[in-house]
Design a protein around this ligand. Sequence first.
Ligand code: 5GP
Length: 209
Amino acid sequence: MEKGSLVVVSGFSGAGKGTLMNNLLSKYNNYALSVSATTRSPRPGEKDGVSYFFKTVEEFETMIDQDELVEYAKYVGNYYGTPKAFVEKKLQEGKDVLLEIEIQGALKIKKKFPDALLIFITPPSAEELRSRLVGRGTETLDVVNQRLTRAITESEGVEAYDYILINDDIDTCTEKLHNLIRASHDRACAHLNIIEIIRKDLRRIEYVK
Ligand code: 5GP
């Protein structure tokens, strides 16, 4: 069976990544969404083991020490990290594994897995970003402001991504994202071993006379 791809989806807080991930998962069956560990507190409605694995700082640091995370980063005062076991299992099963993570984590993934696909999602404007963050009503205004400030830093690292998608309309954006991921299966790096086999065969094949 062909191994799945690792797909990193980043974007400003409030870009609509969560909805995009849910759309992909409900419309197609080739995806698995990695559930991260975090030390931030659950928002209303968030369930442990579904939205995140909610951890204390001590628990998180133990996960770091025991090498249980593919990557981790600090974001606005909290730890966030990707548990290794799930990602490895799903890739082996041939699933495309979605990591919805911020930019520092994305860069670490690119280093460890050069074939990973990195996609950055942005709303069409700063104004729209602010109104989505405020409208969500899940964070204090102080945290909203910290996230807006953080977005400036994140905007400076986007060159590392393979694609930037503007999330103007969620359905259009979902389809674009799905098509990019499908196309990535045919990137040169995904087929190098096939070319290797063909080259070997070409060397020993009987040439036509
Ligand atoms: P939120 O608190 O809004 O759920 O997430 C804050 C930021 O942390 C988002 O940009 C989200 O993509 C990122 N994030 C979530 N899980 C992980 C993770 O496992 N690793 C890293 N590096 N970032 C994560």
